[in-house]
Design a protein around this ligand. Structure first.
Ligand SMILES: C[S@@+](CC[C@H](N)C(=O)[O-])C[C@H]1O[C@@H](n2cnc3c(N)ncnc32)[C@H](O)[C@@H]1O
Length: 449
């Protein structure tokens, strides 16, 4: 892309709304630039292109606020960089430059994407069928053709025919990514989920580069806390866990292309994060959502008849098991699930489940079991609490050991305490009640003697 630095008269510069990605300019920012100019600071040149209709005019690609500031201080000439875009859409180029301290708002980014697609018929994709997309997603997670066919109610022959088209399916989103559209814009345009777009946007990258691209810092120590769940991954779900936590489990305890198994998948944050980190994933839940989450296969883990749901030789490398934390959120889950059980049955279920995994997994498997202390603290001052109703992390560690697992690591991954209202906190303090924000990720291996 050729760039020529020069000076041109202010009057030859135009702000063309056709290619301006913001909804307006910000007077405060103009005043700030004007003040800096008056104080003699060097300002970056405004980026322009030769106007496609008027030879003697230039239109702004980047630097509208600087241009306004030049006019405000009465400058008659402006330093510019004349850019030859070589066929790149000027609107997309302008949107891409709108980074730094004043990024585009979500609305502006969405509108820019739509405008750019309208201007560029060659960017318009053929309507990709929802069936193709479901197959594409499930295939990328290495769910077998047989299971895809069963899940989508299609003949295996049909799935095979669709699979043949799969390599082409990613071409258009890839092309749009390389033209500078963001992952969110490409997802919106093609009706893909964001994690699926991330899976192609990050192809070929190592895990550390994936962390960087997603703007997530990597924790080196055994304390993992995040203020919030990253909304790009997983659905709004009771007991949703942060994708950043899953990414850390994947980074430290698996490799790219490994197979991850998620028996109680809920809103799908594990499977979404696996897409972004190039892991295969099989996930299950009793809550069945075939339209929006075909990759989460329906499965009810029945304590009276616990069975491994998948036949065949392929075995997972890592299990990420995030069950309901006993009664926490029980009002939001199906009462037939394990949060509807008594304490004794809940613990018995976990023990049988750990034993079932032990029996069906390869010997090198690791399991990340996520849970929290459960204490019957409502209205009970700390010194009056007893162990009758509580389940503490020690109990889980003991059960794991009983069923053939050995803890190798334990991470503290606390829940945010900010969701408690000030009046509730104040009442707890007066009554000397201790709340629970602890949450742990216990990593275990199979005991081999
Ligand atoms: C804590 S949530 C998982 C949340 C998930 N990790 C997320 O971030 O969205 C636990 C899930 O276990 C499921 N569940 C509970 N008992 C079950 C059972 N017996 N069989 C299958 N799923 C069950 C619930 O439907 C719920 O979605």
């Amino acid at each position: 892309m050729a760039k020529t630095a020069c000076t041109v008269p202010t009057t030859q510069i135009i702000l063309d709304e056709e290619i301006y990605p913001r909804s307006s300019v910000y007077p405060k920012r103009i005043s700030m630039f004007a003040e800096n100019m008056r104080d003699g600071f060097k300002i970056d040149p405004v980026e322009v292109q030769i106007h496609p209709e008027y030879d003697d005019k230039y239109r702004i690609l980047d630097g509208a606020h600087r241009w306004h500031a030049y006019k405000e201080i009465g400058a008659t000439e402006i330093s510019v960089l004349i850019i030859a875009l070589d066929g790149l859409d000027p609107l997309i180029y302008a949107a891409k430059k709108a980074i730094g301290p004043l990024q585009l708002t979500e609305d502006e980014a969405g509108t820019t994407a739509r405008r750019a697609y309208e201007n560029n018929p060659r960017l318009i994709s053929f309507e990709i069928g929802q069936l193709d997309l479901k197959i594409f997603r499930m295939n990328r997670l290495e769910i077998s053709q047989k299971r895809i066919a069963k899940r989508l109610g299609q003949a295996r022959e049909t799935i095979r025919n669709h699979l043949a088209k799969m390599p082409e399916l990613a071409n258009q989103p890839k092309a749009n990514l390389s033209r500078g559209f963001t992952v969110a814009q490409v997802a919106e345009k093609h009706g893909w989920t964001e994690p699926l777009v991330w899976s192609i946007a990050l192809e070929g990258k190592n895990d550390l580069d994936r962390f960087k691209a997603l703007n997530w810092g990597l924790r080196t120590w055994d304390m993992w806390n995040w203020n919030d769940c990253d909304k790009r991954f997983g659905d709004d779900w009771p007991g949703r866990i942060p994708a950043q936590m899953i990414a850390h489990i994947l980074y430290y305890f698996s490799d790219q292309n490994d197979l991850v198994f998620d028996p109680m998948a809920g809103g799908g944050v594990v499977v979404d994060t696996c897409l972004a980190f190039n892991r295969k994933c099989w996930s299950f839940d009793m809550d069945d959502r075939p339209d929006t989450r075909p990759e989460i296969e329906p499965c009810f883990w029945d304590i009276t008849n616990l069975k491994w749901p998948i036949k065949g030789k392929t075995k997972p490398d890592l299990i990420i098991f995030d069950p309901p934390y006993f009664k926490k959120q029980s009002n939001n889950y199906d009462p037939d699930g394990i949060s509807g059980m008594s304490k004794a049955n809940y613990l018995k279920f976990l023990e049988s489940f750990f034993a079932l995994v032990h029996l069906n997994a390869k010997k090198s498997i690791q399991m990340a079991f996520i849970n929290a202390d459960w204490r019957d603290f409502q209205n009970t001052p700390a010194k009056n609490e007893t162990r009758v109703n509580s389940i503490l992390i020690n109990d889980y560690l003991w059960i794991l050991n009983q069923s053939g697992w050995q803890k190798t690591h334990i991470f503290q991954a606390p829940l945010s305490s900010e969701r408690f209202k000030a009046n509730v906190v104040s009442a707890m303090q007066k009554k000397k009640i201790i709340g629970v924000t602890s949450r742990y990720v216990i990593i275990s291996k199979i005991i081999t003697h």
